[in-house]
Design a protein around this ligand. Structure first.
Ligand code: SF4
Length: 385
């Protein structure tokens, strides 16, 4: 980027956690993970999706294991997966034991629905013996009884642990910030892990609300040095999900908080990876892989329609893995400035454009040759395969 000095995000110190061949926390870069949406028991479909997600850049893939058939499929999925596999466990602690036995690198436990202390101890013991990491993942939706009937049912649960956070019922509860309640739930759950000296832990606290996510993760980061998995839960469609996640995760990452991320939204999880990577590239938390496209947003000064040009350049260079910056600008207002900082740049005029390479003007090209000229220059910079 033209030798310019940009500020660098200082990351918080966390303990490193080993998840198969991946390290989360410590000096490791912020990692990208995703979750498969196949039926885990369908080994072929699950392996295919894990491979697709890994090829797109996922460094850890989580799978849901609601049934014994799902955990039975894990051994083969783990064997074939190019990245560590995590099992997402809810309600049934024996799914956690089965997943550990099948060779997963990490399991996720939800303090909202696996609440028996002895069951949790058994899972911790098995994870410790197998060198498996555990994520304790609190979700807003599964810990807070939002309606009086749910709070009452929760209170009468008897053996439940951690104790339901109701503070005399729903009305009292709603007076306390949700972030505070989530941290309290996490603290209660972590007692048993600390009592057993189990430290191979990743923590998470998710809400569908971006501001709550920021508040709760700031509080967790201030209290524990376990690495944090960041995500916004139930973030919605591809567009709202990506933006809501970027708002919450971007804020936290800028503060140095967050060691692994998942951007999630309804639909094909492969798009989550591109969004996660772009967020980390944008914050310079990971070195960019592939073309960084800088394009002017277009305005009334536009001299050549650059929108199809940008799209054609993006598509033509999708296979490039080198971090090459390409700027495509619609007029001379910001064009020369961006061209100085880019590896290849176009500054479009009426019917023709100036072509820059490493900040030097090298040619004038007709509008219909802009795409091929840019692609040619980038290809010259990419070592032959
Ligand atoms: Fe408008 Fe020119 Fe800026 Fe593009 S580079 S947005 S055309 S002023």
């Amino acid at each position: 980027m033209g030798g310019m000095e940009y500020p660098v995000i200082e990351r918080r110190k966390t303990r490193p956690v080993t998840v198969g061949g991946l390290t989360i926390g410590g000096d490791a870069p912020v990692s990208v993970q995703s979750m498969a949406n196949t039926r885990t028991a369908d080994v072929e479909a699950s392996c295919a999706q894990v491979a697709t997600l890994a090829a797109a850049g996922a460094e850890l893939v989580r799978l849901a294991v609601p049934t014994r058939d799902d955990t039975a499929a894990l051994r083969e999925i783990v064997r074939r997966s190019p990245v560590p596999i995590a099992a997402d466990v809810h309600f049934h602690f024996d799914r956690a034991l089965e997943a550990i036995d099948a060779g997963v690198a990490k399991i996720r436990l939800n303090p909202g629905n696996i609440t028996d202390r002895d069951q949790v101890r058994r899972v911790i013991r098995a994870a410790a013996d197998a060198g498996v990491a555990i994520r304790v993942g609190v979700n807003e939706g599964s810990i807070i009884a939002r309606r009086p009937s749910l709070a009452a049912a929760s209170e009468s649960g008897g053996q439940g642990w951690p104790p339901p956070i109701t503070e005399g019922g729903w009305k009292a509860e709603t007076r306390r910030p949700l972030a505070e309640l989530m941290v309290e739930k996490l603290a209660q759950y972590l007692e048993v892990f600390e009592e057993m000296n189990f430290r191979n832990l990743v923590l998470s606290a998710k809400s569908h609300d971006a501001v709550t996510c920021v508040a709760v993760n700031r509080a967790i980061a201030a209290r524990w040095d376990y690495p944090l998995h960041l995500g916004v839960t139930h973030a919605g469609t591809r567009e709202t999900g990506a933006i809501r996640s970027a708002a919450a995760l971007g804020t936290l990452l800028c503060e140095g908080i967050g060691e692994t991320i998942r951007i999630s939204y309804a639909g094909d999880p492969v798009y989550e990876i591109a969004a996660s990577l772009e967020l980390l590239y944008s914050l310079r938390l990971r070195p960019r892989r592939g073309i960084e496209l800088i394009a002017c947003p277009t305005c009334g000064r536009l001299q050549t329609d650059i929108v199809p040009i940008v799209e054609a350049v993006r598509a033509a260079l999708a296979d490039v893995t080198e971090p090459i910056t390409v700027a495509i600008m619609g007029c001379v207002v910001n064009g020369p400035g961006e061209a100085q900082a880019a590896d290849v740049a176009i500054c479009a005029g009426a019917g023709k454009a100036l072509l820059y390479v490493h900040g030097e003007k090298i040619a004038t090209v007709p509008a219909d040759r802009i795409v091929s000229a840019v692609v040619e220059q980038v290809r010259k910079m990419v070592p032959p395969q």
